[in-house]
Ligand binder design. Structure first.
Ligand code: FE
Length: 209
């Protein structure tokens, strides 16, 4: 099986959010799609290991925030490579409650949904949500997953449905997000306050593979 075929599917970069007993939670999702238009429904796929998955099950609600190409990469790092279980991802991120759900101000648009059905796979839950509200916050070009990889050199969380292992021998790899350092400056010569461009982790979180 040539898994490169999957690269020809189109994905976006979304933040899927919900509530954990009144606390906003969320994670990056790249598999979200509108399924029907009347009534409008949206499906999103979340890994069982994502804390947000359980919160969507508990509350029965989720929002999908669509990120633009100019979205802050650290926003993706924060929501994509940490867990809402032990980190308040919304702590220093501007957001508002829109359509009953927490939505970051830095997205292009958002769609909030009430779960009407779900399906379990071996690793992910596919939630089907009926849209209860939606809005456009900013103008811009929606970020595709391909853009994230090619232009931002973005990494993929092992929890993502699109994750594939890559060669890392002899390279410095971020233990949080898997970012592989490939800059011209030797890793040891980078300034002490240098941080991972994807998730914001300090140098100490990198290890040589
Ligand atoms: Fe990182």
């Amino acid at each position: 099986m040539d898994k490169k075929a999957f690269y020809d599917l189109s994905y976006g970069v979304y933040l899927c959010s919900s509530w954990d007993k009144g606390r906003p939670v969320g994670c990056v999702a790249n598999s979200a799609v509108q399924i029907t238009s009347d009534p409008a429904t949206v499906a999103v796929s979340l890994n069982h290991d994502n804390y947000t998955n359980q919160c969507v099950k508990d509350t029965g609600y989720f929002a999908v925030a669509i990120l633009g190409e100019d979205a802050d990469p650290l926003l993706i790092g924060k929501f994509g490579f940490y867990s809402s279980k032990d980190k308040d991802k919304f702590a220093d991120v501007p957001y508002a409650v829109r359509g009953k759900l927490p939505v970051v101000d830095g997205c292009l648009s958002w769609i909030s949904c009430k779960v009407v059905s779900s399906m379990e796979t071996s690793t992910h839950t596919v939630f089907l949500g009926e849209v209860i509200d939606a809005g456009v916050l900013n103008k811009g070009t929606p970020m595709t997953y391909a853009y994230y990889h090619k232009e931002l050199k973005g990494r993929t969380s092992p929890k993502a449905p699109t994750y594939q292992q890559e060669e890392t021998d002899g390279k410095y790899v971020c233990k949080i997000c898997g970012y592989v350092y490939a800059g011209e400056t030797p890793f040891g010569s980078l300034p002490a306050d240098w941080v991972c461009p994807v998730c914001g982790a300090p140098k100490s979180q990198f290890e040589k593979r």
